[in-house]
Design a binder for this molecule. Structure first.
Ligand SMILES: Cc1cc2nc3c(=O)[nH]c(=O)nc-3n(C[C@H](O)[C@H](O)[C@H](O)COP(=O)(O)OP(=O)(O)OC[C@H]3O[C@@H](n4cnc5c(N)ncnc54)[C@H](O)[C@@H]3O)c2cc1C
Length: 401
């Protein structure tokens, strides 16, 4: 068992860190205040082939491994602790990864080169007004008529709506194709937003302010057949494969935000000396920082292990056993990291005193942003517990619906 990153992965992380510290970190506070991502920053990510970095060379991307995607996501959140940049990054990277595995050749040729160049963004359309946790209960309908896919329904709490409308791109989407079959009657597809029948409205969030969240109304939206992703009635399984991979990137973003805030806290506490001794010298101050650091290092191992399992899943063919391993590790990483990160950021805020609570420090931005990852984002915490419960107790102990 090798716990070290390869020399190539280390060099990649260093290069992304330099990019992020130069191009992302100086814009973070202004983006949060203006409530907009900086378009020039996204252009630069595209020029560096950082968006959708797992996209294979035949579709214009660098074809990096999934662990590298996790490292890049961590660096994005390290530089912009509000998590706005990281969410845009991880959604586009995680869901374009899935489309590169399951999209039709025509869709991949049409979309992925644009994503790789930063000319299109990608997200996930799953949650609906009646609730996001029960994917099998999705009510949006997809049918086929006159050689087209036709979609009717509503989606809620969707990230990236304004950004996709501005820059282009679309969403991996889940809908019910045969409601009587439950999760075995779902079909997945790709949906751009600039189509007749799509209307959107925005919702105000408390964190990751630079990124939009919105609702969608879908009325008789027609899509070409080649936008179907995977087979008819097999969308649930494709969606689950996407969620488990995306959860790893969510956890990686939490690591980056948390690590950055710990660094901010330690620098501040080494200087701050209300009793003419730096606060960092008091054990009452040091020990909570140490506990947080210990949790961070443990969570990091879990996240990297989960990312490595995603790479192993596609190496030499997908098997049920490998897929179960990814499902378990991704759920463990998504269960632990957002909660530990929020706790870590909150600890630093307390130790900083009043300064941490002001907008002069970035800690308050991190506290609001990182909370989004336990409140929602690729599956709620109890859903992670249900997945892990099935793994450790057996499928026969899955909760009754
Ligand atoms: C900032 C933000 C951005 C988002 N972006 C997107 C996006 O881009 N695309 C998208 O599709 N969705 C998005 N979501 C929605 C998100 O994925 C959902 O919040 C999540 O799936 C949970 O759904 P819900 O909020 O409707 O909660 P509900 O399903 O109503 O659940 C509420 C609570 O009950 C718990 N719960 C639910 N069922 C059970 C059960 N059987 N047993 C025990 N506890 C249970 C859950 O853990 C949760 O805490 C976003 C959410 C947030 C907060």
């Amino acid at each position: 068992m090798d716990f070290n990153l390869s020399a190539e992965q280390e060099a990649f992380r260093q290069a992304v860190r330099e990019f992020c510290q130069k191009e992302v970190a100086p814009r973070a506070r202004a983006m949060d205040t203006k409530r907009e991502l900086d378009e020039g920053m996204i252009d630069k990510m595209g020029a560096q082939e950082l968006l959708g970095i797992t996209i294979p060379p035949e579709y214009g991307g660098p074809g990096a491994d999934y662990l590298s995607a996790a490292l890049a996501t961590e660096e994005m959140a390290r530089a912009d602790v509000s998590c706005s940049t990281a969410v845009m990054y991880l959604l586009t990277t995680g869901w374009s990864f899935l489309l590169s595995k399951h999209g039709t050749e025509q869709l991949k040729q049409e979309l992925l080169p644009k994503v790789a160049k930063g000319k299109a963004l990608v997200g996930i359309l799953s949650t609906e007004p009646q609730g996001g946790s029960n994917i099998a209960g999705i009510r949006t309908r997809i049918s086929r008529a006159n050689g087209k896919l036709v979609v009717n329904g509503q989606k809620s709490y969707i990230s990236l709506v304004r950004e996709v409308q501005r820059r282009g791109g679309g969403y991996f989407t889940l809908a019910s194709s045969e409601p009587s079959l439950g999760h075995k009657g779902m079909t997945s597809f790709y949906m751009p937003l600039d189509l007749p029948g799509v209307s959107t409205s925005l919702i105000e969030d408390m964190g990751r302010m630079a990124l939009s969240t919105g609702n969608l109304d879908l009325k008789k939206v027609e899509l070409p057949e080649h936008y179907m992703v995977g087979e008819w009635n097999k969308g649930f399984y494709v969606g689950m494969e996407g969620f488990q991979a995306a959860r790893v990137l969510v956890a990686a973003a939490c690591l980056g935000c948390w690590e950055s805030v710990l660094d901010m806290g330690m620098s501040y506490l080494k200087e701050r000396d209300p009793f003419e001794t730096p606060l960092a010298k008091y054990q009452g101050v040091q020990f909570p920082l140490v506990d947080s650091y210990a949790a961070l290092e443990a969570d990091r191992l879990l996240v990297y292990r989960a990312a490595t399992a995603v790479d192993e899943l596609y190496r030499g063919g997908v098997t049920k056993e490998k897929s179960r391993k990814v499902s378990m590790l991704a759920a463990l990483a998504k269960l632990r990291t957002p909660v530990d990160a929020f706790q870590g950021v909150s600890t630093v805020m307390d130790l900083m005193g009043a300064y941490g609570f002001t907008t002069r420090s970035e800690v308050e931005m991190a506290l609001r942003g990182v909370k989004s990852y336990s409140a929602g984002a690729e599956g709620a915490q109890n859903i992670m517990r249900m997945i892990i419960g099935r793994h450790i107790l057996g499928d026969e102990f899955a909760p009754q619906r």
